[in-house]
Design a protein around this ligand. Structure first.
Ligand code: ZN
Length: 570
């Protein structure tokens, strides 16, 4: 994938820029490349009701020409509007309620537009911004995002956007915070006629302008801010109507490259209903059933774009019996798009609970062996350098950067913590807690919920409400400490004594099962300690069903060996 991108980069130098721009290529500012930073007072004083986004995509120039019209309602008095937009674009016109504004400014990508008259709470205004230029090219999508300008095997343009790490402001004016989801986004994507432009939400038809350009129209209700995505290519659409276990029906569509093996595309599409039924049975109704389940093949690996998930796994099989990438991105329709974290510090609610859906799905399809195998695989990659949750406001970059934050632990460690919670409180309480977290109610039905924001403390409160107990010790011991809890064992004079040590030394009354010559007993571990009589010759297995996430010496030894082997071959 990197070689192909290098070739395309060389080709673009030959093509030359078609739009007016400065002599030096522009770079996105450090501010623009961050997402989920604190909002300004002007931003918390407005609600974005509607974004009408008309984007013409010019593949030959790797440029866009766009007009965004934002309808905003003040929730508190406000004298100017503040949105984010990458400074790589030339802004040709800004207007408020139809009147041109000239004294706007956009020094670092945070654009301030003075209002002719301050708004009082409840007043609505319309901000229109016309802009064009060369959007940031993704250095390594989806991990380092932007536009991906690729070519399909037949040579046609194959274009995608992926901006989770940098935010919506890489190509449209928005408030780049997970808390600033617009009420609705209407998309009008104009592309060379003959290419398809599947996108978020409901399909509202195409318009062929007769001049070689065609506009694809879509409308998405309350999309996650980084979920708005452009996908353009020579696609074939596979389509079906899905009949849900909740009694409703909705469309499922898969746009794949024309050149794909039809058998492989059909086999992946055949997984859609099975995966959907798993999520509806496990978590609750598909959150966007009045729009669609949509998946589009992309040149990059994947991304959870609401109702138009990116799929770039190339139909690879790995012996799990399902496509993990499709399954993971679909998880985000619940964990990420329906329930959005209040701040990036809570990103494990997306990625950890989302990752737990994989072993659960393995078990749901093929039995316990396949759940346990995936959980064991997940444990091999844990880092344990920084807590999964810091308890403080974090930008997304800080969370994903393993040098300063949890990095990949938000995935696998989050999943294993979820599994331990389920083993501790039981299936009924666990799944009720997850459903309540995702929908804000334990009894979701199509039409009785809307997308919501939630945090880690919200999840703890829900677990406590449902169980009638305080699991603060569990959350503190697992999520807010870098180190895994350690179960200390001593066996002497016919007694096995166990005690827990956590990162901050706080009490950790996590029950532990012990198998003594095949007979399993549970130690309550009240106060973090427990003991059991064991005959001298008895064979002991601690936690024989692997219910409890904890430090395991053999895994740490393996990880250390892997690191030193890698270092010696470099
Ligand atoms: Zn994910």
């Amino acid at each position: 994938m990197r070689n192909a991108l290098a070739a395309l980069a060389a080709a673009s130098l030959l093509a030359g820029p078609a739009l007016a721009q400065d002599a030096a290529p522009r770079e996105s500012t450090a501010f623009t490349l961050m997402t989920d930073q604190p909002r300004t007072p002007e931003q918390t004083a407005v609600r974005i009701d509607l974004v009408d986004l008309a984007i013409k995509v010019l593949p030959a120039d790797r440029a866009i020409d766009a007009t965004a019209t934002l309808t905003l309602t003040a929730t508190a008095p406000v004298a100017r509007l503040v949105v984010e937009l990458d400074t790589v674009f030339d802004v040709s016109a800004v207007s408020v309620d139809g009147r041109a504004v000239s004294d706007w400014s956009n020094p670092e990508g945070r654009m301030a537009v003075p209002l002719p008259r301050p708004l009082t709470a409840g007043q609505t205004t319309t901000l229109r911004i016309a802009y064009s230029g060369h959007p940031r090219v993704a250095p390594r999508a989806p991990w380092s995002g932007g536009f991906v300008w690729a070519s399909a095997p037949g040579g046609e343009p194959w274009i995608a956007t992926a901006v989770q790490g940098e935010g919506c402001d890489l190509f449209w004016p928005c408030i780049d915070s997970p808390l600033a989801e617009p009420g609705r986004v209407d998309l009008h994507i104009t592309v060379p006629t003959g290419l398809s432009a599947p996108s978020n939400g409901r399909f509202l038809g195409t318009e062929d302008h007769g001049d070689g350009w065609t506009t694809w129209n879509w409308s998405a209700a309350q999309p996650n801010t980084y979920a708005i995505a452009l996908n353009i290519g020579p696609y074939t659409e596979l389509k079906t109507d899905y009949r849900s276990r909740f009694g409703n029906s909705f469309p499922m569509s898969f746009w794949h490259l024309n050149s794909d093996d039809p058998g492989r595309a059909a086999a992946l599409f055949a997984e859609f209903p099975t995966q959907m039924d798993f999520y509806e049975a496990t978590v609750g109704p598909f959150p966007f059933s009045d729009e669609k389940m949509g998946v589009v093949e992309t040149p990059h690996l994947g991304m959870e774009h609401q109702t138009i998930n990116a799929y770039g796994n190339q139909y690879r099989l790995d012996g799990k019996g399902y496509d993990w990438l499709l399954q993971h991105e679909l998880a985000h329709e619940w964990f990420g798009n329906q329930m959005t974290n209040a701040n990036a510090d809570d990103m494990w609610l997306h990625e950890g609970l989302g990752s737990y859906m994989q072993p659960l799905y393995g078990g749901w399809l093929h039995g316990d062996r396949y759940m346990q195998t995936e959980l064991a695989e997940q444990q091999q990659g844990l880092i344990n350098r920084f807590p999964v949750v810091s308890g403080e406001f974090r930008s997304e970059g800080e969370v994903y950067d393993g040098a300063v934050g949890p990095g990949n632990d938000i995935y696998s460690k989050g999943s294993l913590i979820a599994h331990s919670l389920r083993m501790l409180i039981g299936d009924e309480a666990f799944f009720r807690a997850v459903t309540t977290l995702v929908y804000g109610r334990p009894d979701p039905r199509p039409g009785n919920f809307e997308p919501i924001y939630r945090s880690t403390p919200d999840f703890l409160r829900i677990v406590n409400d449902i169980t009638g107990r305080d699991y603060g010790w569990f959350f503190r011991g697992y999520l807010y400490q870098a180190a895994l809890p350690v179960l200390n064992e001593t066996r002497e004079d016919g007694t096995l004594t166990l005690s827990w040590t956590t990162g901050d030394g706080a009490a950790f009354p996590m029950p532990v099962e012990v198998s003594v010559d095949g007979r399993v007993e549970t130690l309550a571990m009240t106060g973090g300690r427990g003991a059991i009589a064991v005959p001298a010759a008895a064979h002991i297995v601690i936690d024989p069903q692997n219910k409890v996430l904890r430090r395991l010496d053999f895994i740490e030894t393996y990880q250390a060996r892997r690191r030193s082997d890698r270092a010696s071959t470099e």
